[in-house]
Write a protein that binds this ligand. Structure first.
Ligand code: SF4
Length: 324
């Protein structure tokens, strides 16, 4: 973490549970973290770990049960509909499936003009220029403005979704698996676009993905989620070189580590057992049913996310009894 880092988003003890016929899903349980200006916080974990629910709760598409979300020092946890409209200028979201998130009955011009209309930014006569600039910024051609979303490839649709997200110059964009539905070559183009926009505008990203290589390329810091909780959070270099939590170690064991002049492959580990249900997560440490280092107290006492002291590990936090 940079010494002079300015927090834009602070999340404290966030909880999001929802009711289903089978019981209450504890999707996000007491999650806390900070996102600093201009940085990318990567959020990783298996499907079903709560990372997408957490992303949607951050932008208040879902109502949290408890905890606080602050944007630039302002508590937006229970912001009214009117204040949320203002907040959404600054915190935007890009979804996995741009096809579902773009209105099929509207042209790209209409989709991109909408944020300016809703927030009354500029005059109607400015729209053509505003839309044209956005198309340029995301690498689309001017003739794309009068097409509908079904006329585009997946990568182009995601460019439109990104253009809409950045239209009002937000400070934070929550990206929920934004490239996982795309071909690998297109993924690289979209990731590079996100990187360029960040460099140009000082955007902060919360980048949610199950793909560790993508997160490793983009993120400055990484948070690892397991069954609704953050089990480890650290700078990318610290996490990459020395993952501490047994779950993170398994996740990262499949990723080659660059150690010039060679590439070191870690000892590959596999996860045992299935991800338990978030309706009835294990008592104590939620990972204890799958952990190779489980101890008697792990099934009784939930470990707290705590800072690991010293040197390289500065800013590195882990929730595991092995480090107490
Ligand atoms: Fe494994 Fe225990 Fe650490 Fe949980 S607290 S990760 S079960 S060693």
């Amino acid at each position: 973490m940079k010494d002079n880092a300015t927090p834009v988003l602070k999340v404290k003890n966030l909880v999001k549970h929802y009711a289903t016929n089978a019981g209450t899903v504890r999707a996000v349980d007491d999650v806390s973290f900070v996102v600093n200006e201009g940085e990318t916080l990567g959020v990783v974990g298996e499907s079903g770990c709560g990372k997408s629910t957490m992303g949607r709760t951050l932008v208040r598409l879902l109502e949290p049960n408890s905890g606080t979300i602050s944007f630039m020092g302002q508590d937006i946890t229970h912001a009214s509909r009117a204040s949320l409209r203002e907040v959404r200028r600054d915190i935007q979201m890009v979804f996995q499936d741009p096809y579902a998130s773009l209105n099929p009955r509207r042209t790209v011009r209409q989709i991109l003009a909408e944020p300016f209309d809703v927030h009354g930014i500029g005059r109607r006569s400015d729209r053509a220029v505003q839309v044209s600039e956005l198309l340029d910024r995301v690498g689309l051609h001017q003739e794309h403005a009068d097409r509908y979303s079904h006329e585009f490839s997946g990568g182009q649709r995601q460019r439109v979704a990104i253009a809409r997200a950045i239209a009002l110059e937000p400070k934070v964009v929550v990206c929920d698996e934004p490239v996982s539905a795309l071909d690998v070559s297109i993924q690289a183009q979209i990731i590079n676009l996100l990187k360029r926009l960040q460099a140009e505008n000082g955007l902060a990203y919360v980048f949610i993905s199950h793909d560790l290589s993508v997160v490793g390329y983009l993120a400055d810091r990484i948070a690892v989620m397991y069954l609704g909780e953050i089990v480890e959070i650290a700078s990318k270099s610290s996490m990459w070189e020395k993952p501490l939590h047994p779950y993170t170690q398994v996740l990262f064991s499949a990723i080659p580590v660059a150690k010039p002049p060679s590439v070191l492959r870690r000892h590959r580990q596999t996860l045992i057992g299935e991800l338990p249900s978030p309706i009835n997560p294990p008592q104590g440490c939620r990972f204890h049913t799958r952990c190779p280092h489980v101890m008697p107290k792990c099934s009784m006492q939930p470990p707290k996310l705590k800072a690991v002291a010293g040197g390289e590990a500065r800013g590195h936090q882990v929730a595991c009894h092995l480090y107490e």
